[in-house]
Design a protein around this ligand. Structure first.
Ligand code: NA7
Length: 546
């Protein structure tokens, strides 16, 4: 049975994923009347929705966990270095149960609109369940990559078989045995799907537009020794993870220009052999700023890929070409036999480089040159409206009725990626202009953001204020700082969800803060310590519920 949302709240948290669960826990612990809701029928967020075949971590399991509670951390044991979605979803259930969160969560509940009442200084929130809720604080823990691009191609509705986005894969899966399956997209998601379903399907056509740099994953099983090793190091992880550049345990350790070519190669080989994201996130930071370095490291990865593919035609379709974009300026996926899968007789790579998808027709996919690929199932691994997408799908109106969707439709601006000028007492996590999935271990970032938000609300309560909003100057200063760092990074020149260019009409900006997780944390803490510099605080007219 659905748990209704109380009509009046101190805080409503939208989303019951990694951020939302911890946010709810913290606000409740502060004595606030807090509640969360989620469109899904259970907890998990990303790990609820992304149940497509092969979905798994690219972050090391023990690093992805919450670190705030010792019992919570040590009470969970992972089976391998990079576990798959079912295990991660079980972990999220474990969190919800251990922290007794479900009693304050309404599932199957989508926030459709939220309007700030300036006189009473409360948010009036409506849901798809017909509820109207009044809350002093509204916190969007809606996910960085949770607004799937479901309607991507003309003619989708005409398809006679099954067509679906990876983030809408059905619970219980699909029977693909013997079927003619097409996968569109070779991002982190497509790669996991392709390598997993290839042996099971009748035939697999992979529609490849932009080839992807990939790194082989090493995924050892974990037993009692690894569990004990990580659990004994909780304090060390707490000290390190929040302060590294990416929120992972490792940091950029090498300086390109201090080494000889032979030494550089030795470093690249050694890190490549680690089978993790280290080659991307802890080798040479210069790859993000210097084109020559970027090209040399890119060529190193391309050669690794060529060595595995051998066939010139496959190399042409699947290996990025010099000048396409540099290694690491798109999200780098880890994979297991992803390239070898194309050697199977039932797998065909179809290049879209000069012959794109024109439309979906009743029997399958039709390319621009008229070729039709007949299919039974089309899996769209085509990505998300990242960062701004989830909150923009809600009709959020701040002061003077201004619309968040319209504001972000013109220019994607935030303050610390956690608040927005014109929207008092609206907080957000995983939002634009904060560190995120692009270059960050999400749980590290989301713990810090939710803690900053809880501290901020605690400060408002204890100082008898109750309303906070970034000043225009504060917001401009953050955007300027963000842009200055981002525009020096080669990421800013590439086309992908990192820059919003995967969504037609979306204003272009590097969505993630690229100054580093540790620096971001320090800047957020500094603003708070200086009495929330860059924000305007005021007394609230809203009545306290607690
Ligand atoms: P991504 O990384 O946005 O990848 C989407 C893929 O779909 C990518 O290969 C796209 O090619 C392809 N795509 C998108 N639209 C089209 C059309 N119209 N035609 C052909 N191909 C298309 O999404 P993912 O779900 O893989 O990953 C998102 C994040 O989730 C990931 O970075 C992790 O952080 C977790 P393109 O590159 O645009 O040519």
């Amino acid at each position: 049975d659905r748990n209704p949302i109380p009509e009046t709240l101190d805080a409503l948290v939208i989303g019951a994923g990694v951020a939302g669960l911890y946010q709810l826990y913290q606000l409740r612990a502060q004595g606030l009347k807090a509640h969360a809701c989620d469109t899904a029928s259970d907890v998990g967020g990303t790990w609820y929705w992304n149940r497509y075949p092969g979905a798994k971590f690219d972050s090391e399991s023990y690093i992805y966990q919450y670190l705030f509670d010792e019992d919570l951390y040590k009470g969970w044991t992972w089976s391998e270095r990079f576990p798959a979605q079912p295990e991660i979803e079980r972990w999220m259930h474990y969190i919800a149960d251990k922290l007794d969160l479900r009693r304050d969560i309404s599932f199957s509940t989508t926030v459709t609109a939220a309007k700030f009442d300036e006189t009473r200084q409360i948010w009036r929130v409506t849901t798809n369940q017909g509820e109207l809720i009044e809350t002093r604080f509204l916190i969007g823990c809606t996910g960085m990559l949770s607004a799937p691009l479901e309607d991507r191609f003309p003619g989708q509705a005409s398809f006679k078989g099954k067509i679906l986005h990876t983030a809408r894969y059905p619970r219980g899966g699909l029977d693909l045995a013997g079927k003619r399956v097409g996968v569109i997209g070779t991002g982190a998601t497509g790669i996991q799907v392709i390598q997993t379903i290839a042996p099971e399907v009748g035939s697999l056509h992979v529609f490849v537009r932009t080839p992807q740099y990939v790194l082989p994953m090493k995924n050892p099983k974990y037993g009692p020794d690894e569990a004990a090793w990580y659990k004994a190091r909780l304090d060390e992880l707490r000290q390190n993870l929040p302060h590294t550049f990416t929120g992972f345990e490792y940091d950029f350790e090498h300086k390109w220009h201090d080494l000889t070519p032979a030494e550089r190669l030795a470093v690249l080989e050694e890190i490549h052999a680690d089978g993790s994201l280290k080659l991307w996130l802890s080798s040479f930071a210069e790859m993000f700023f210097e084109e020559d370095v970027s090209e040399e490291i890119s060529e190193f990865v391309r050669q690794k890929m060529r060595d595995r593919l051998k066939d010139p035609e496959l190399i042409d379709i699947l290996v990025p070409k010099p000048g396409d974009y540099g290694f690491g300026t798109h999200r780098v996926p880890l994979e297991t036999n992803y390239l070898e899968v194309y050697h199977r007789e039932n797998v065909t790579a179809v290049s879209l480089r000069e012959n794109g998808i024109a439309e979906i027709v009743p029997e399958g996919i039709r390319l621009e040159d008229g070729t039709i690929y007949p299919l039974d199932v089309i899996i769209m691994a085509v990505g998300f409206d990242a960062g701004s997408g989830a909150l923009s799908r809600i009709d959020i109106r701040g002061r003077d009725g201004i619309s968040l969707r319209e504001e972000w439709g013109k220019d994607i601006r935030t303050t610390f990626g956690m608040m927005k000028y014109g929207f008092p007492n609206l907080f957000m996590t995983g939002a634009p202009l904060a560190p995120s999935a692009a270059l960050c271990n999400m749980t590290t970032c989301l713990q810090q953001q939710t803690e900053w938000i809880s501290d901020c609300i605690r400060h408002l309560e204890s100082s008898d204020q109750g309303v906070i909003e970034p000043t225009l100057e504060g917001e401009n200063a953050w955007v300027e700082h963000h842009d200055e760092i981002a525009n020096a990074n080669l990421i800013s020149r590439t086309n992908s969800w990192y820059t919003g260019s995967n969504v037609p009409g979306k204003p272009r900006r590097v969505l993630s803060y690229t100054g580093g997780v540790g620096t971001y944390r320090a800047k957020c803490s500094e603003a708070a310590a200086n009495g929330y510099a860059g924000f305007a605080l005021g007394r609230s007219n809203a009545e306290q519920t607690s």
